[in-house]
Design a protein around this ligand. Structure first.
Ligand code: TNX
Length: 509
C-alpha cells in the first residue's frame, strides 16, 4: 500500500490533478474522465438558479486565497441549474466539467448542494485545476448518519459546527444528537430549570464538572446551520433508562435504584412522569423541525435493579395485569410511542423497542446489537424501517487498531476497512427487505472520549468510510481503491486542524 501511494504522489504535475480528481469521496456512482482542464482563476463567473451560486463563489474565493497555485486568470463559467422537470431522484446530481464550463445540475435543492460540495472538493484536491469529467451521482441510502453523545462528555457548539461542515462535504445528512444520559442533561428546557442548573453538572469522569449545556438559542442556531447544509438534526431524549441526569434533578419522577444504577430510570407508574415527558417533548418539538424524535429505549431491564423490588411498582404490575418488569418496560415504551404520535412525530428507538410492539408505521428502529442478528430480522419481519448502526463495525468508541488501548474492544474492534465493507456481509440476511433498510449511522459514545482531540481521533478517518458505505452504490464501491484515495481527503482534514488516526502510519499514535 505504501509503495502504491508514493508512486501516486511522485507523479508529475500534469497527472496529479487527474488522480486527485478521481479521489473524490464518497465515490460517485458514475465518473468518467474527459479532455482538458478547467482552471478556477480570478475571473471565473458563477451563475445559475436554485441558490448556491453565492455560496459556491465564497467557497471558491476561500480556496483561491488559501490554496490556488494558478497565476493565469481564467474566464471560465460555472453554471448551477436546479431543474425540477429533469425528474432526477432526490439528492441526485450531475456535474459536467469541460475546459470552458462547469455545469452542476439537479432536480432537488439537496442534489444541487451536493454537486456544489463535490465540485469544491475537486477544486481543493486539484488546487484549482479540475480535469474535464462527467459525474452522474445519486446515493445508495437516504439515511447517512452520525450520532454524537454529548451527555458523557460535552464538546460544544464550535466542534458540532465543524463536524456538520465535514458531514456536508461527505454528503451525509443526519446528525443524531444524544443529549441526555447518566452524567449530564445538555439542553435547556424552560419549564424544568433544574435540568440544567443541576442535571447539566458533571460528566463521565468528573461528577462536579461545571454545568455544560446548549441554550435554546444555541440549539436554534445549530439546527439552522445544519439545515443550510441539508442535514437534519434528531434529538435523543433517552428513556426509560439512561435517565439519571433527569432523575437526580427531579427525584420525584425517579424509578429509584442503588449504587451505580441510582436514578437510572424514570418511575414507570407515576402520572407525573408522563406529564414531565410530554412537556419536555413539546419544547424539543418546538426546537427541532425534524419529523423524528428519538426516545432511546435501550438497556432498561438489565440496567435497573430497582423496578424488581419497589412495592409500588410490583403493585402496579399486578393492577395492570402485566406479567413482569419486562412487560412494564414495554407498557412504558408503548405509552411514550402513543404520546409522540399524538404530537405528530415519528418515534425512533433502539432495537429493544421491537419487543414492545409499537406501531411499525409510526416508528423507526436503530439496530445496534450486532450480536443479535435475530433482532434485526424480527424488526424487518414485523415491518419496521431500520437504520443499521451495529456496534461492530459502526461504533466509534471501539478502537480502530489492534494496539490501541483507549476505547472498546468486545471480541474485536472496528478498523476502517470493516466500515468500508459494510453492509455487504449482512446483505443475505436482509434479502427481500432492502426497502426497509433506510441507511447507516456511525455512533460516537463518549464515555471514553474525554476531549475534542480524542473525539477527532475516534471519528476520523472512519467517518469518511461511513459516508462511502452510505452513499456509494455497490457497483462503484471498491475498498482498496477507497484506501488509496483517502490521503487526499486527509489533506482536507489537515487544513481544518482535525487530529485523526493515520491508518498509513498506525504506530505513530
Ligand atoms: C450501549 S448503544 C449503549 C450506550 C453506551 C454504548 C457504549 C446503546 C443504545 N446504548 O449507552 O454508551 O453501548 O458502546
Amino acid at each position: 500500500m505504501k509503495k502504491k501511494l508514493s508512486v501516486i504522489v511522485c507523479l508529475c504535475g500534469f497527472v496529479l490533478p487527474l488522480l486527485a480528481q478521481f479521489s473524490l469521496l464518497p465515490t460517485p456512482a458514475h465518473m468518467q474522465g474527459g479532455k482538458g482542464v478547467f482552471i478556477v482563476g480570478q475571473n471565473v463567473r458563477v451563475c445559475g438558479n436554485g441558490g448556491y451560486a453565492d455560496n459556491l463563489s465564497k467557497a471558491l474565493a476561500d480556496t483561491l486565497n488559501r490554496l490556488l497555485d494558478v497565476s493565469a486568470p481564467s474566464s471560465g463559467m460555472i453554471v448551477l441549474e436546479q431543474d425540477e422537470k429533469a425528474g432526477m431522484p432526490d439528492e441526485a446530481y450531475t456535474l459536467v466539467v469541460t475546459p470552458e464550463q462547469v455545469t452542476l445540475r439537479s432536480s432537488s435543492e439537496s442534489g444541487l448542494y451536493y454537486a456544489k460540495e463535490a465540485f469544491v472538493q475537486l477544486v481543493r484536491m486539484g488546487k484549482g485545476r479540475v480535469h474535464a469529467c462527467r459525474i452522474e451521482d445519486a446515493p445508495r441510502y437516504g439515511w447517512r448518519g452520525f450520532m454524537l453523545d454529548e451527555s458523557r462528555h460535552f464538546f460544544g457548539k464550535e466542534k458540532v459546527k465543524q463536524y456538520l461542515d465535514i458531514m456536508a462535504s461527505l454528503r451525509m445528512n443526519v446528525f443524531h444528537w444524544h443529549l441526555t444520559d447518566e452524567p449530564g442533561w445538555r439542553i435547556e428546557i424552560k419549564r424544568y430549570p433544574k435540568l440544567t442548573t443541576e442535571g447539566a453538572v458533571g460528566n463521565w469522569h468528573d461528577p462536579k464538572a461545571p454545568a455544560a449545556y446548549y441554550t435554546q438559542e444555541d440549539i436554534r442556531e445549530i439546527v439552522a446551520y445544519a439545515a443550510e447544509r441539508h442535514i437534519m438534526i434528531i434529538p435523543e431524549f433517552d428513556m426509560p433508562g439512561h435517565a439519571t441526569a433527569v432523575c437526580r434533578s427531579y427525584p420525584e419522577i425517579s424509578g429509584g435504584g442503588e449504587g451505580k444504577w441510582k436514578h437510572f430510570t424514570f418511575h414507570p407508574c407515576k402520572e407525573e412522569t408522563f406529564e414531565f415527558i410530554s412537556n419536555v417533548l413539546d419544547e424539543l418539538i418546538a426546537l427541532f423541525p425534524s419529523p423524528y424524535i428519538h426516545i432511546g429505549g435501550d438497556e432498561v431491564h438489565f440496567g435497573n435493579q430497582s423496578w424488581y423490588t419497589d412495592p409500588e411498582i410490583q403493585q402496579f404490575i399486578k393492577d395492570k395485569e402485566l406479567a413482569n418488569e419486562v412487560e412494564l418496560e414495554h407498557y412504558f415504551i408503548r405509552r411514550v410511542a402513543d404520546m409522540v404520535a399524538s404530537k405528530g412525530k415519528t418515534m425512533i428507538g433502539w432495537d429493544e423497542i421491537v419487543d414492545a410492539g409499537v406501531s411499525p408505521e409510526k416508528s423507526l428502529v436503530m439496530w445496534w446489537r450486532h450480536d443479535r442478528k435475530y433482532q434485526l430480522l424480527k424488526a424487518l419481519e414485523n415491518g419496521y424501517r431500520v437504520i443499521l448502526t451495529p456496534r461492530r463495525p459502526l461504533y466509534a468508541d471501539f478502537v480502530q487498531y489492534g494496539t490501541h488501548k483507549v476505547g472498546r474492544m468486545w471480541g474485536g474492534y472496528n478498523p476502517i476497512e470493516d466500515i468500508c465493507r459494510f453492509p455487504e456481509p449482512l446483505m443475505n440476511l436482509f434479502q427481500g427487505y432492502e426497502e426497509q433498510i433506510l441507511g447507516l449511522q456511525f455512533n460516537l459514545w463518549s464515555e471514553r472520549v474525554a476531549d475534542a482531540k480524542r473525539l477527532d481521533f475516534m471519528t476520523f478517518p472512519r467517518l469518511i468510510a461511513v459516508a462511502e458505505s452510505a452513499w456509494t452504490p455497490i457497483h462503484a464501491k471498491d475498498c482498496s481503491l477507497f484506501m488509496q484515495k483517502l490521503p487526499y481527503y486527509l489533506q482536507l482534514l489537515d487544513a481544518k486542524g482535525i487530529y485523526y488516526f493515520n491508518p498509513f502510519n498506525p504506530d505513530a499514535t
